[in-house]
Design a protein around this ligand. Structure first.
Ligand code: G3P
Ligand code: MG
Length: 359
């Protein structure tokens, strides 16, 4: 469609409320849709007793792929069309840092994917742990690059633009970004700590003061997340905790402060509000300036989804209403650390509840 053509408001679309969904443990588990999620999407898209359509967006801490690829997966899994215009993942806000830093270390994800995503965001000089291990095989004693990894990793000591680099210590890492879950915690931990303890990010050096490493950004801080296994699995927040703890253990007690994006950061929910506004205007022809009176956020993790929604509700002019489901990290019968406004079994019950409260 022509972006200059104003979208005519659909009379069936509601203006005063909207939904935002967490993905893992609410809509998807272990790559498969939670059956009620497919039904819930149908209700939002007009299959309800009022014949209304309800705008919605997705806000996941997950990542490791381009937003457009993840939307493609989600469209197939949920049997709807999901657009990048209604989708935020853990590393989406990292895009804003692409012009701030030159050489960055990017951690996590499958193969070369996160390097590609970072370069797609505009980062100019992306180094991965594989590149460092290729240049110095002694970096991680128990990790050998596979032939494919060796081939795909950059050759840091040859062919760098300007070519003043003859040894690893000529390279300065300006920031570390953990884009997605580490696939090899031991070598990633070693390399993150090496850089954190270096002289100002210079590879292969050691600081005498341990307070001059580059900033370290994690795309979220979930210690646990909900995958195919019946019990929640360790997430990026667990690696973050290990990095901080072992930094202290190996520097005679120095403290390392790392940063995290994603939920429960209020800035992430503010980002989501702006996206929702643009999406409501672009997709449904609703006014972009006024947010809906209520956004129902449906999540499975009290520490990120419920905590963040409640904090956003405190801060924001409009209402952010937290709904906790029992299909993911939260275990039925336990006391959630952060209390939702409503506790339901599944995402379908959450949608029904929001609609009932509004109509
Ligand atoms: O790595 C993914 C995970 O930590 C959480 O994803 O969709 O539950 O926010 P989500
Ligand atoms: Mg979740």
């Amino acid at each position: 469609t022509d972006p200059t053509t104003p979208v005519v408001a659909d009379p069936d679309v509601v203006d005063n409320f909207a939904f935002a969904f967490d993905i893992d443990g609410v809509l998807i588990r272990g790559g498969k849709p939670i059956p009620e999620a497919i039904e819930a999407m149908k209700v939002l898209n007009g299959e309800n007793e009022y014949g209304i359509k309800i705008p919605y967006i997705f806000l996941t801490n997950g990542g490791g792929k381009f937003e457009v690829e993840r939307c493609h997966d989600l469209s197939r899994q949920l049997e709807i069309d999901v657009s990048p215009g209604q989708f935020i993942c853990g590393h989406t806000p990292m895009r804003e840092f692409a012009s701030r830093y030159g050489t960055v270390l990017v951690i996590g994800g499958e193969g070369e994917k996160c390097r590609e995503v970072a370069e797609g965001y505009g980062f100019r000089d992306v180094i991965t742990p594989g590149d460092i291990m290729k240049a110095n095989e002694a970096t991680a004693p128990f990790r050998q690059l596979t032939a494919a990894e060796h081939k795909n990793s950059r050759d840091l000591l040859a062919g760098r633009r300007g070519s003043k680099v003859t040894k690893l210590s000529d390279i300065v890492i300006e920031a570390i970004f953990v884009f997605a879950d580490s696939r090899d915690w031991a070598s990633d931990l070693q390399i993150i700590l090496d850089v954190a303890q270096s002289k100002g990010g210079r590879l292969e050096t050691r600081s005498e003061t341990f307070d001059e490493g580059p900033p370290i950004y994690f795309s979220h801080s979930d210690v646990l997340w909900s995958a195919a296994h019946e019990h929640a699995r360790l997430g990026m927040g667990a690696l973050r905790n290990i990095v901080e703890t072992v930094f202290t253990d190996t520097t005679g007690g120095k403290k390392l402060n790392t940063h995290a994006f994603g939920k429960p950061q209020v800035a992430t929910f503010e980002f989501a509000t702006r996206l929702l506004q643009q999406w409501r205007a672009a997709q449904h022809g609703l006014t972009e300036s006024e947010p809906p009176a209520t956004v129902y956020f449906v999540g499975d993790t009290p520490e990120s989804d419920i905590r963040g929604t409640n904090a956003m509700n405190e801060k924001s002019k409009n209402e952010w209403y937290s709904i906790l489901v029992k299909t993911g990290v939260y275990q039925a019968g336990t006391e959630p650390k952060y209390k939702p406004r409503r506790l339901v079994d599944t995402v379908l019950d959450a949608v029904h509840w929001g609609v009932k409260r509004e109509m």
